[in-house]
Write a protein that binds this ligand. Structure first.
Ligand code: SAH
Length: 405
């Protein structure tokens, strides 16, 4: 991948529209804005030029993604693995400056760390990486990634999470998930003084939802009384609420996730004392319907704190309306169940649902439920998932905390 001299880089010419996009600070060029990429190999390091031939910098090329070009630098690069090592070191330094109270956090957030196509998470002494593009999948690139992570973090093990769907879209050969260095595949980590188990090779999705780390701590500040954590996965919110709430119920449709949630509760017995968390395996839509509008009205459930953290409902722009209907149904039912003075923690991780879309949906649900919401916090993703202002796609998580009367 490394090139001996700048002029040996293959050149990709892009349209004026593509060039304008780059000048606005974005780093992607879509395939429809590629004018010529003849003979350029999949994943190659390329020079990008405008339609007049003016140099715009260096990038990684994908022969199959709609995002054909992901910019790396305004300079003409000669040694991509060296740049990669430097950027990983910078990403680690950024976390050292801004991430507190956790042994688990994202070390590299793709474009957010100027490393498009690379995700790296740390769970205490285990590092987990994911490669999403052709440019990051080449052997010398992989070696540079492993070398830098090892030199900086000295992990007991490094595991790779291969996403078969992403690899297929990028026309990359299939690859198994598993250890790429070391032997250790499970560990425990502490986050905001709560302990969690990490099992690299088990579960529906390896790892935790690290992007919610600061939202867990924020929610815990307001949580009280009877709590319901809907879409609880391995108990991230429920365990953070536990010191402040009783009783606590977590709901998820995934049994393996709930089994891990229960193991996590056991790990925190010191903190929980005699408190037990009830884990319910159910479809959240059905359960919230039963609980908020039961056959016998006198049996409606009431809570003081409800968390809603569903999976992404909008995978593309086209899904926006359906997604908003889904969010509204959940929020409406939760609002009906909250006692006066209750706390709603409601999240969306769909990039295609903007913060204003989400707040509008919530306002409309509040009207329909005849409840008044006072916003306590309008939050996003944790700082180890940096948002770049000129790349809107780096911001995806919304977490609203409101007091409900
Ligand atoms: N709150 C969690 C993350 C939730 S991720 C945390 O902080 O760790 C979304 C979760 O929703 C997943 O665990 C998935 O199993 C669950 N899920 C998806 N569809 C569901 C449904 N219809 N009913 C209940 N759970 C569902």
């Amino acid at each position: 991948m490394s090139q001996s001299a700048p002029h040996t880089l293959p050149t990709i010419k892009i349209s004026p529209r593509g060039a304008t996009r780059l000048k606005s600070g974005h780093v992607w060029v879509y395939r429809s804005d590629v004018v010529s990429a003849e003979g350029v190999l999949p994943g190659a390091l390329v020079r990008v030029s405008d339609h007049r031939g003016k140099n715009l910098g260096s990038a990684l090329y994908s022969s199959s993604s709609q995002i054909a070009i992901r910019m790396l630098s305004h300079e003409l690069l000669t040694d991509f693995p060296a740049l990669l090592r430097q950027r990983i070191a910078e990403a680690i330094a950024y976390r050292e400056a801004f991430v507190r109270d956790t042994e688990a956090y994202r070390i590299v957030f793709s474009e957010g760390d100027f490393l498009p196509g690379l995700i790296v998470d740390r769970y205490n002494d285990i590092v987990s990486l994911q490669i999403l593009t052709q440019g990051m999948d080449a052997d010398p690139v992989r070696q540079a990634i492993l070398a830098e992570l090892t030199a900086r973090l000295h992990p007991a093990a490094i595991i790779e999470r291969a996403d078969p769907r992403v690899r297929e879209l990028e026309t990359l050969p299939p690859r198994a998930s598993g250890l790429v260095q070391g032997e250790k595949t499970s560990t425990t980590f502490t986050m905001n003084s709560i302990q969690f188990r990490f099992d690299a090779l088990e579960g529906q999705k390896t790892g935790a939802f690290l992007d919610q780390r600061e939202n867990y701590a924020a929610a815990a500040q307001y949580a009280h009384g009877e709590a319901l954590d809907v879409f609880c996965y391995q108990g991230g919110f429920a365990l953070h609420l536990a010191p402040h709430c009783s009783p606590i119920t977590g709901v998820d449709s995934s049994r393996p996730a709930l089994e891990l949630a229960d193991q996590n509760a056991t790990l925190n017995q010191g903190l929980l004392g005699q408190k037990e968390i009830e884990w319910i395996e159910a479809n959240a839509f059905d359960l919230l319907k039963d609980y908020s509008s039961p056959a016998r009205p006198g049996e409606a459930r009431r809570y003081d704190t409800i968390v809603l953290d569903p999976p992404a409902f909008a995978k593309s722009k086209r899904d926006l309306d359906a997604a908003l209907r889904g969010y509204k149904e959940l929020n409406l039912r939760a609002l009906k169940m909250l006692r006066p003075g209750g706390i709603l923690v409601t999240c969306s991780c769909s990039y295609h649902v903007s913060q204003s879309n989400f707040l509008e949906m919530l306002a409309s649900a509040a009207l329909d439920a005849h409840r008044t919401l006072r916003l306590l916090e309008v939050r996003g993703q944790a700082k180890d998932h940096p948002v770049l202002l000129n790349i809107p796609e780096t911001a995806y998580l919304k977490c609203i905390i409101a007091s409900v009367t």
